[in-house]
Design a binder for this molecule. Structure first.
Ligand SMILES: [Fe+2]
Length: 385
């Protein structure tokens, strides 16, 4: 297989990972260590409704900690969610941020930290390295096994004026600590286990097959693919299986490390276009598109897809047959998890042109193993529809 060991690279993981079942109990020790006296908890109403937020607030109250909650984060978080969160932090004089939930609260928190620290609007920070310096102490606590955002230094926020997803990247918004506690994912409903789990699988597959890659990210991606592909069905069918939940959460965290050091690719370009226009769940969009983009990219990713198939358990020695098997295995996972189809999201033929143009505009387009321009995106969207 191709190796990238002749190319130089730098690897940085500014986030400390505190992993373990029951790890959440150490939250106040971690806050003390970071010098935080009054944190802002950024979350969403779904987490509050599920009663999950009490898991955090009870730890804080038991340790006599003052806190403020902001729970107005929407799915596919918008610029105004970020600005409202920052406003609440500034008005309440909080001195640190805990992001609690899936990717939406975590991404909102990252962008809000920039606004809290340096003012301006949420979208002023989109692009690379727009945050001028350090931000308030930041802890992430994921409750889904999907986003990986708990360990990345990027954030995806929707520009609400044009329904377009924007990305900001800066080492300054990297969480100081990620509390990775599998217990927090036990109550995740099956359909969210499925969609967020396929998001994580997509991160790992795209990171491993992206044109930009390096060996540490590759190692994380391959183990993530193994963990996720062998545990996602069990986590979906039997959500109380803590072993499967732990494997999924470690898989999604590793996938986050992988893609933040390589990239995502065309599945995410298309999924972000769909999420921007239809406000459709990110993981669902990925699950619909992943097998199609893999089938399209196969001819230029044979050796990488072969390794992916083997990480998923294939014993096939021939690379081209194994690569084909990777596509089939992914297709089977998506169908076993009974995820929705593209038409169910309300996508119509006449929207495809705009979706294809938005996908081309996405910065990760150039990372896909096979070239995708507007015509190619249209072709794959049509197949998926
Ligand atoms: Fe994703």
């Amino acid at each position: 297989m191709n190796t990238n060991l002749m190319q130089g690279f730098s690897f940085i993981l500014p986030t400390r990972i505190d992993y373990g079942v029951g790890q959440l109990k150490k939250l106040t020790e971690e806050l003390k260590e970071l010098g935080v006296k009054k944190p802002l908890i950024i979350t969403d109403k779904g987490i509050v409704k599920m009663g999950l937020v009490e898991k955090i607030t009870s730890v804080l109250e038991d340790n006599h900690y003052e806190y403020i909650i902001f729970d107005e984060v929407e799915a596919n978080p918008k610029d105004y969610n970020v600005e409202k969160a920052a406003e609440k932090a500034l008005k309440s004089h909080t001195d640190g941020v805990i992001a609690f939930g899936g990717g939406s609260p975590i991404d909102t928190a990252k962008n809000a930290l920039a606004v809290i620290g340096y003012g301006g609007k949420a979208l002023d920070y989109m692009g690379r390295d727009k945050v001028k310096g350090p931000v308030q102490p930041f802890i992430t606590i994921p409750t889904t096994s999907g986003t990986g955002s708990e360990v990345t230094f990027s954030s995806v926020i929707t520009d609400s004026s044009r329904n377009f997803k924007m990305t900001m990247k800066s080492l300054h918004i990297a969480p100081k600590i990620a509390i990775i506690d599998p217990e927090l994912t036990l109550s995740l409903p099956p359909e969210i286990t499925a969609s967020t789990g396929v998001d994580a699988l997509t991160h790992a597959i795209e990171a491993y097959s992206a044109k930009v890659s390096e060996p540490i990210a590759d190692a994380c991606a391959l183990y993530a693919i193994e963990l996720i592909s062998t545990n996602i069905r069990e986590a979906f069918r039997n959500g109380s299986n803590i072993q499967a939940r732990a494997a999924m959460l470690m898989g999604s965290t590793l996938a986050g490390i992988a893609f933040s050091h390589s990239d995502v690719a065309s599945v995410h370009c298309m999924a972000e276009a769909l999420g921007g226009i239809y406000d459709a769940p990110h993981g669902v969009c990925n699950s619909i598109l992943l097998p199609h983009v893999m089938a399209f990219s196969l001819q230029d990713a044979t050796d990488r897809y072969a390794r992916i198939a083997r990480a998923m358990g294939s014993k096939e020695a021939c690379d081209s047959k194994a690569a084909q098997e990777a596509v089939e295995k992914v297709r089977k996972i998506v169908s076993d998890l009974k995820l929705p189809k593209l038409a169910q999201l309300g996508v119509k033929e006449e929207d495809l042109e705009r979706l294809a143009e938005m996908s081309v505009e996405n910065l990760s387009t150039s990372s896909n193993p096979r070239f995708m321009g507007k015509q190619e995106y249209l072709e794959v969207f049509r197949k998926a529809l």
